[in-house]
Write a protein that binds this ligand. Sequence first.
Ligand code: PBG
Length: 323
Amino acid sequence: MRRMTAEVRLDPADLILPLFVADDLGESGKPRIIASMPGVYQHSMDSLVEICREAVSLGIPCVDLFGVPRSEDKDASGSQAWDPDGVLNRAIARLRDEFGDKLLIMTDTCLDEFTDHGHCGVLVTDREGNVAVDNDATLELYAKMAVSQAEAGAHIVSPSGMMDGQVEVIRHALDQAGYTDVAIMAYSAKYASAFFGPFRDAVGSSLWGDRKTYQQDPANIRESLMEVELDVAEGADMVMVKPAMPYLDVLAKVAEVSPVPVAAYHVSGEYAMIQAAGRNGWIDLDRTMMEALLSIKRAGADQILTYFALDAARMLIDERPRP
Ligand code: PBG
């Protein structure tokens, strides 16, 4: 009866698996443990292909790729980001070659993994002598990065840097280069959140300072609704709310008004908390995981980006009633 009357259901097709590929692991290195995210690894090219094979076999339609360059390859503008030989672009090409259209390749279109200062854009010193991210100079680099990712074979680019006008500039650049069918998943309502903590370990981030000048203030919701409206007007094919669980109210409001699919990113800190409590025996890890993902869907998410994607898909398949 419960199964029949459930108002929402999770399906592996709802899930997007974020993955990290590290240049220093080479083609065939062993995956490297990320201490603050048990069960999540930095991958070599070969181990990336393996985990994607598993995702496909479980019915997960999409992966979201993040590149981890060697620290000596980082520079002030993050130039590895649009280099066809950069770690992320090589990973995209390898996966597209292996899987064709059987797996959607979504890519992080942001400079923070590639800059030596760890910010999502290039820096400028303003009249008062403060160092800040230069919004408009950064847009040109995002355009180059998105086109290089499309060239490498990405199906979806996802600008996550929260620069004003990023969706419009990327849409225009993709269209000019002939990639009219490459979609944009816009990180529209992305908050300056402490829940991103473990992610910074995952990508070996060199961030100094914070991202409060370009990410949303956790106190605000109207601002996020405006960001969604702007991104849709600029050509976003999908929008995202991030993090997920602390922002379910934002997600619900966005889902109410958005004319395009709405994704939610269950971020590194949310994952780490459930893992930590689960591994300590303080909560039931599997049940908590499924309840978290179900709640995100109930609040209005059409897709969920989650480091739990493989585990959750496995459980969903195991729980399917068999004749
Ligand atoms: C920026 C980016 C971040 C995350 C995804 N894309 C980090 C940030 O904005 O500081 C965080 C994801 C997570 O915490 O799981 N490229």
